[in-house]
Design a protein around this ligand. Sequence first.
Ligand SMILES: [Zn+2]
Ligand SMILES: [Zn+2]
Length: 263
Amino acid sequence: MTTSYHNHSTWSDGTTAISEMVSAAEQIGLLEVGVSDHFVLYPGGEQVGWTMPLDRLGEYLEDIQAAARGAKVTVRAGIEADFFPETVETLRAILAQHPFDYVIGSVHYLDGFPIDEHRRFWDALSVEQREEKWRLYWERIRQLAQSRVYDFVGHLDLPKKFGHRPTISHAEAQTAALDAIAAADMAIEINTAGWSLPAQEAYPALSLLRAARERDIPLLINADAHAPAHLTRHFDRARDLAREAGYDHLVRYERRQRVAVPL
Ligand SMILES: [Zn+2]
Ligand SMILES: [Zn+2]
């Protein structure tokens, strides 16, 4: 009953075409595979190198539909859209024009600071500046949830990617973010990519996963694959982690309606 919904193709920064991702999903025997390329509506009109072309959403969806035709796996049309306070209303209007199965909300930038691009950006900060990034990150996640534009949050504690963990508690901002996710009836994912990165653990950490479970926040397990070989990377570990946090169900999506499936 495995689904894998957070995956990138050559429409953004993935290495292979959508059709190849779908073929790989068939071979693995997935129940459902989703494509979720980056859509980055950067404030001020600047365009980051790893977003899909912002004016080609229709073609992107047609490409997903073409790959789905005749496939022996259910193919879902998703997108990973960055949250920026400055552009979220424009994003809302754009997304409303297209029939997605789900929309992933991610924060990769904090007022221009690139969270996951390279560790040198974190290394250059003082301890106090890093704490400020963490605090701002949780504030952005709270705002992302409150926008109600998205179905689930991508890689919930991304700032740990290069191993820079907080040295003080951000419990207040973190709690506000989780409460907002629950209030918006959004889900989160275990993003298994972190296990292959300096963070050396999945996103989010077990403590956050437990806090999400306490709030009945639904869960998916995703790989953030940028190549077909990674479609289900570390999924066994992720299922164990989900159980450890108290989960016995995961969710899948169809036309932005959530359906529960046994873990
Ligand atoms: Zn991401
Ligand atoms: Zn991603």
